[in-house]
Design a protein. Structure first.
Length: 157
């Protein structure tokens, strides 16, 4: 399944560039960006929204826990306050290369539920995308079909 937007948040520019390249070659997303910290990531999200790439589209944010540190709380709180984001179409996935058990637990307590070992773990990423997003279009299609049926029934009366 291909998603519209992936944002990689990692202070290591070389690793970010490698991840952007690998994900691009895998064809996993239409738009792949990299940010060096949480504030930069929030600006990237605002930029995506400004140019109409958020509404109705899927957004995956890959956060490297090893380099995120104290900025994680600020980012997650600010991310939750983005009113234009559809939470059903957004997911934060933590990359836990060598993160301590405590860092992973802090991330879980802040609502991060998905973890992978590397941004270049294409198989793991595809599994998460399929699990998280695959059922939602079907639910949306059922809801739209139900609304269409109601509208047709009402127009007949």
């Amino acid at each position: 399944m291909k998603v519209q937007n992936i944002l990689i948040v990692d202070q290591n520019n070389l690793r970010s560039a490698s991840s952007v390249s690998s994900l691009g070659k895998a064809g996993i997303a239409e738009n792949i960006k990299a940010a060096v910290n949480g504030d930069h990531a929030l600006l990237c999200i605002d930029h995506l929204e400004l140019y109409g790439r958020i509404k109705g589209n899927k957004l995956i944010i890959l956060i490297n826990l090893d380099y995120f540190g104290a900025n994680l709380n600020h980012f997650l709180d600010s991310f939750k306050n983005k009113r234009y984001l559809n939470r059903e179409n957004s997911i934060i996935i933590a990359i836990k290369n060598s993160s301590s058990v405590e860092e992973v637990e802090k991330a879980r307590l802040k609502g991060i539920t998905e973890f992978i070992s590397s941004a270049e773990s294409i198989i793991d990423l595809n599994e998460i995308i399929a699990r998280v997003f695959a059922a939602k279009p079907r639910e949306n299609e059922k809801a739209k079909a139900g609304k269409k049926l109601v509208n047709q029934t009402m127009s007949m009366n």
